[in-house]
Design a protein around this ligand. Structure first.
Ligand SMILES: [Zn+2]
Length: 368
């Protein structure tokens, strides 16, 4: 039997524990990835060398892409490519690392420089080049940050969700199958409630994308947004894919248009977050990519260990708990394996509890 005498100290202890946790404003975290989105476009917009190489007839100045995306400076060009990201998010709400021309770099610690190893490093906080060395549909044997946070926050399955355009996320995102909500590839979105989403869920398999294992980002974002509205997840990963697939196809027009479409999709997500008392001022977002790509007209389509500079990535942070704005300048290199711990730190959890070998939270974000 429990007497009032023993309950009171317990209540006080609980109250103390709750206040000790309340060091940050963050209550929800969202990870948004853009597959193989190069630093060259993110920081500099249209790459004129690629466009010249692609222009077979006539003058480059007459091309649609030139008219749409060209400007004299990298700052103007990237604003044309990613108007919301640069014009609003990075200006007023967050900061971005990885512009090497300013002395900031972000690197993978894995030596593979392709997707599964990159996403696994992001989601588990550690590279495992000995066992994670292909894009095969194999179960990740390491606990993901999604699984860790689900346990720490005692969340239901719908409150931790990964929506991905690439179907291999079903294997990467969780080491115990079925522990979190994962919807990826051309998989129907079974939790769809409204009629439009149900129709889209069907449409995605009928309206074939050019790729066997990747659907259009449009579907991924649509499902993710409905999930956000209906289930109010506290931990979410939205994994966009088109910036990589069009590049592998050598289709620079679609690469650039995908960047711009993804930019508008981020705006849609952001606008929803700002309209919701559950998320506004309480949500931290980490943006990054799984790998870089080549930097020349010969290898911009490609990545992997044989492609120079494909280890260079970028990482951006939007958080009510970080006052940093715009681009990082002359800072220490940060690494892909720090993403998981950073997401946890925003929620006042120490990710080293799950994996002592994982990268640490990005220190600059939390220093006063
Ligand atoms: Zn990739």
């Amino acid at each position: 039997m429990t007497s009032k005498k023993t309950i009171l100290p317990f209540v006080l202890l609980l109250a103390f524990a709750v206040s000790a946790l309340a060091q940050t404003k963050t209550e929800n975290v969202i990870l948004i990835t853009f597959d193989g989105a190069r630093t060259q476009e993110v920081f500099g917009g249209l790459d004129l060398e690629i466009l010249k190489d692609k222009t077979k007839r006539g003058k480059v100045e007459d091309s649609t892409l030139y008219k749409k995306y060209w400007a004299a400076t990298p700052e103007e060009r990237r604003l044309k490519l990613l108007p919301f990201f640069w014009g609003t998010l990075m200006k007023d709400h967050g900061s971005i690392a990885g512009n090497r021309t300013l002395g900031s770099s972000v690197m993978t610690t894995n030596k593979m420089w392709f997707s599964y190893p990159g996403y696994s490093e992001i989601l588990t906080g550690q590279a495992h080049d000995d066992v994670i060395n292909s894009n095969d549909r194999k179960r990740n044997q390491f606990t993901s940050v999604l699984e860790f946070l689900k346990r720490k926050l005692n969340l239901s399955k719908t409150q931790v969700a990964l929506f991905g355009s690439w179907d291999v996320f079903n294997w990467i995102g969780e080491h115990v199958e079925g522990s979190v909500t994962i919807n990826s590839g051309h998989e129907p979105y079974e939790l769809a409630a409204n009629a439009e989403t149900k129709a889209f869920s069907k449409l995605q398999t009928e309206m074939l994308s050019p790729w066997d294992s990747v659907r259009f980002d449009y579907f991924t974002v649509h499902f993710a947004l409905e999930h956000l509205k209906k289930y109010q997840p506290r931990v979410m990963h939205i994994a966009l894919g088109e910036t990589d697939d069009w590049a592998h196809d050598g289709d620079y027009t679609h690469v650039l248009n995908s960047f711009t479409q993804n930019d508008q999709q981020i705006k849609q997500i952001w606008d929803f977050l700002q309209s919701s008392p559950k998320y506004k001022g309480k949500t931290s977002i980490l943006f990054t990519t799984d790998h870089g790509r080549g930097k020349t007209i010969k290898d911009w389509t490609d990545h992997g260990e044989k492609v120079p500079e494909a280890q260079y990535i970028w990482m951006a942070f939007v958080s009510p708990d970080s006052a940093l704005r715009s681009e990082w300048k002359n800072t220490d290199t940060i690494y892909q394996n720090q993403a998981a711990a950073t997401l946890c730190r925003w929620l006042n959890f120490d990710y080293s509890e799950n994996n002592p070998q994982a990268g640490k939270p990005v220190a600059r974000l939390f220093s006063k």
